[in-house]
Design a protein around this ligand. Structure first.
Ligand code: NDP
Length: 267
């Protein structure tokens, strides 16, 4: 049967999609016990990838892994505090021992303890920097050497709209997320210059319905943020789809940044 040019193009696109779907990758995700990390793990596992989950709450990780496995997917976990370099090294080791390589590393773990700078919450500042900023660096530390040796890989960093803008109470959180953008862009340029084949993507989400508002450190803050999220936030699955989009592009194509927010979110 002869195909027209447009039929041939659609056939090629379909085959390309099937090929991409069948190419299993090993994907490590920090902060995979809830929200964006969990949704990303579930979606990428459903697409045929092997996923390695890291976070602190073991019972949550166990539940996600057992549900992925009983759905026919492949998943393991390693209890990981992203603010500890040694924990992230152990997470990478778990991936290598189980699957032999790391194709994608998603630096997703994060907290949002917002406060005015004048409130002087030094402990919250430390935690925010340790998880959101140093956690991303420790993730890069854990996987970059492995990816360099493989001569390919993909590092996905979860930034935020706060990687681009700040405002009242956002000083430290935005500082960490501006930092994630700076690290992502630097890493992109360095890996391109080195010809390492490693892709870098930063996701910059707006309000996404997850447990994040619960990481504010006052009841009043949590209640106010939760109410704002309940009114506007979109599901974590939408961010997971954006990660999958970047991951599933051909190896010679890097999606370097995606900004995703509710249509109705003004700022
Ligand atoms: P959740 O609170 O639902 O998820 C955060 C995840 O990070 C959890 O799995 C938590 O697991 C993990 N985590 C927190 N601290 C640590 C730590 N020290 N070590 C390891 N894991 C840790 O929120 P989201 O899914 O929304 O957050 C994911 C990322 O998305 C964050 O980086 C956040 O800044 C970013 N983001 C979210 C937005 C939103 O509106 N939801 C908007 C913009 C960015 P556990 O407690 O088990 O360790």
């Amino acid at each position: 049967m002869m195909l027209s040019e447009s039929q041939k193009a659609s056939f090629d696109a379909l085959m390309q999609e099937k090929l991409l779907m069948s190419e299993s990758k090993v994907v490590v995700i920090t902060g995979a016990s809830s929200g964006i990390g969990e949704a990303t793990a579930r979606l990428l596992a459903k697409q045929g990838n092997a996923v390695v989950l890291g976070a602190r709450r073991e019972e949550k990780l166990q539940k996600v892994v057992s549900e992925i496995v009983s759905d026919g997917g492949s998943a393991v976990y390693c209890v990981t505090d992203a603010s500890k370099a040694s924990d992230q090294e152990a997470l990478a080791r778990k991936a290598i021992e189980t699957y032999g390589r790391i194709d994608v590393w998603v630096n997703n773990a994060g907290i949002m303890p917002l406060s005015l700078l004048s409130e002087d919450k030094v402990e919250d500042w430390d935690k925010c920097v340790d998880v959101n900023l140093k956690g991303v660096l420790y993730g890069i530390h854990a996987c970059l050497g492995i990816m360099r040796a493989q001569k390919n890989g993909h590092i996905v960093n979860i930034g935020s709209l706060s990687s681009h803008q700040t405002g009242l109470t956002c000083g430290v959180y935005a500082a960490t997320k501006f930092g994630v953008r700076a690290i992502s862009e630097t890493l992109r340029e360095e890996e391109a210059a080195a010809g390492s084949g490693i892709r870098v993507t930063m996701l910059a989400p707006g309000m996404i319905a997850t447990e994040l508002p619960q990481s504010l450190t006052t009841q009043e803050g949590r209640d106010g943020m939760q109410a704002a999220y309940d009114a506007l936030a979109i599901p974590a699955e939408s961010v997971a789809q954006s990660v999958a989009f970047a991951v599933n592009m051909p190896e010679n194509t890097a999606i370097n940044e995606i900004i995703i927010r509710p249509t109705a979110q003004r700022l």
